[in-house]
Design a protein around this ligand. Structure first.
Ligand code: C2O
Length: 527
């Protein structure tokens, strides 16, 4: 094992990824951020220096963080954010996992402004699948706004807005795309440079390419396709799966899929398409360009392709690629569950007269004292220990924290029922869950058929860390509470997280309290 050291300086820059100049928040001035690539068993050390005038933190999306919950990077949960002008070193082992991950700011809506990057873990376990491809590359997709997210957030959270999410202005592939500057007239006060380019992915005829697709966006799901080339899906959120061929794959926020593309077509240039699934948008945006294009090039030129899209009627709905088609190659059956929790996810006119999002009766807001500190200090204090140590919903935490306490070692089932008309990509930190059951795809509304609970298929269900629950849909998820920590479960649509659609599991509270929190992490709270 190696220790891989990175220096990340977080800074505000001016840049025009699609031709439209704006302020951005970047790592080392790069967008997307630098690639982290390591082997399973390696140690990752990232020295982060915050040169912003606001706090920041970085979450390593999908990392289990065995014995290092406080390195999970979640502001208000696993740490206080890194104050402006300060530095902090994330330091964690990559234990028992490999595949395609990513990292992003986990402070408010900050990642939307550019603080995203790929995190790829290799392992000997890939030996078989590596025979399927010659080259291994990352393709990041994302929706893109021409304004800073902190300027868009207040209007979204304002009272009476009926939860109209800010609609993106454009879509990017690998941090770039072309925006049609004529959409902005002089009165718009925009600087549109009109000289942006499309990402080019060079290929050699006869070779095969593994593209690790990562949706690093804030709001929109995408359909991804390559003209004239069938794609073969082999990985979903770091779980290798039996190959599935398709023309087009939907990928929601924070999800990853690896697809194999065989360069077996006549030598020319072809469009790579990432098309936002706009049927999920709540309000129109007159300048919106929902299609990002890149070029698959056999020709070493940037000549504009003349290729045409696969049948567009295949792409209409806002939902996940049908995960019942995805069968993990490494068989891991789900152990029987010890406990079952039930959560309703909804939007309501609620607390503070804002249109807030709720899990059951709780809408999340960032706690000033991170919940890990509340738990560790609360349990170590004899007079409050009982408030935190209860099994189930814990009453010890500050307002707006729904924290479910699970003793270490337990296998948890939780059913999430959406009472909302939108689709939500839900992510669990620190774990993969088994998708035990979910509302049928294409999306249909309704409730979990409880009569099937005793006879769920436990043989090798799909394991992943981000799953879309469709409009008024549901999912029954199972995970093993095998390591201690505070682990958010939240909608990864950044607007929804900030509206409060986040709850937490606290696993192994007593073990966590015994270990405590390292001083350098605690020190971040001294401002
Ligand atoms: Cu991608 Cu809370 O995380």
């Amino acid at each position: 094992p190696t220790t891989r050291v990175y220096n990340f300086t977080v800074e505000e820059i001016q840049a025009a990824p699609d031709g439209v100049l704006r302020k951005m928040i970047t790592i080392n001035g790069k967008f997307p951020g630098p690639m982290i690539r390591a082997n399973m068993g390696d140690r990752i050390k990232v020295h982060v220096t915050n040169e912003l005038s606001e706090p920041t933190s970085i979450h390593w999306h999908g990392m289990f963080q065995y014995g290092s919950n406080w390195m999970d990077g979640t502001s208000g949960i696993s740490q206080c954010p890194i104050p402006p002008g300060r530095s902090f070193t994330y330091d964690f082992l990559i234990d028992g996992q490999y595949g395609s991950y990513w990292y992003h700011s986990h402070y408010s809506t900050q990642y939307t402004d550019g603080m995203v990057g790929p995190l790829i873990i290799h392992a000997p376990e890939e030996a078989e699948v590596r025979k399927l491809y010659d080259h291994d590359e990352v393709i990041m997709l994302q929706d893109w706004y021409h304004d800073m997210s902190k300027d868009l957030l207040p209007a979204y959270l304002a009272s009476g807005n009926e939860n109209k999410e800010p609609t993106p202005d454009n879509a990017l592939i690998q941090g770039t795309n072309i925006f049609d500057c004529s959409k902005y007239d002089a009165s718009s006060n925009r600087t549109c440079e009109g000289n942006s380019t499309r990402a080019v992915f060079g290929v050699t005829k006869g070779s095969s390419y593994r593209y690790r697709l990562i949706n690093v966006g804030a709001f929109a799901g995408f359909y991804f396709s390559v003209d004239n080339h069938t794609i073969t899906v082999i990985e979903a959120d770091a779980t290798l799966v039996e190959p599935v061929e398709t023309h087009r794959i939907s990928i929601n926020i924070a999800q990853r899929y690896s697809v194999i593309v065989h360069a077996n077509q006549p030598e020319a240039n072809y469009f790579i398409r990432a098309d936002m699934i706009t049927t999920c948008f709540a309000q129109p945006n007159p300048v919106l360009d929902s299609l990002a294009l890149a070029v698959l090039s056999y020709t070493e030129t940037t000549d504009t392709p003349t290729s045409v899209d696969w049948d567009p009627s295949e792409a209409t709905v806002c939902q996940d690629f049908n995960s019942t088609l995805l069968i993990p190659t490494e068989v891991v059956s789900a152990p029987p569950a010890d406990v079952l929790y039930y959560f309703m996810a909804s939007f309501q006119i609620g607390a503070y007269a804002l249109d807030r999002a709720f899990f059951n009766d709780t809408t999340w807001t960032t706690a000033n004292i991170p919940t890990i500190n509340q738990a560790v200090d609360g349990i170590n204090n004899a007079s409050t220990a009982h408030l935190f140590s209860a099994d189930g919903v814990s009453s010890g935490f500050s307002d707006n924290q729904l924290v479910v306490s699970v003793p270490k070692g337990r296998v948890v089932d939780f059913l999430v029922q959406s009472l909302d008309d939108g689709a939500h990509p839900f992510h669990l930190h620190g774990h993969e869950f088994w998708v035990m059951a979910q509302s049928p795809v294409p999306a249909t509304t309704g409730y979990f058929p409880w009569e099937t609970y005793g006879s769920l298929n436990t043989t090798n269900p799909l394991r992943r860390d981000t799953l879309t629950i469709g409009p008024f849909g549901w999912a029954l998820l199972r995970f093993e509470a095998d390591h201690e920590g505070l682990w958010p479960f939240h909608c990864h649509i950044i607007w929804h997280m900030e509206a409060g659609l986040l709850m937490q599991f606290m696993t192994g509270a007593h073990e966590l309290a015994k270990i405590g929190i390292p001083d350098d992490v605690r020190d971040l709270c001294d401002v």
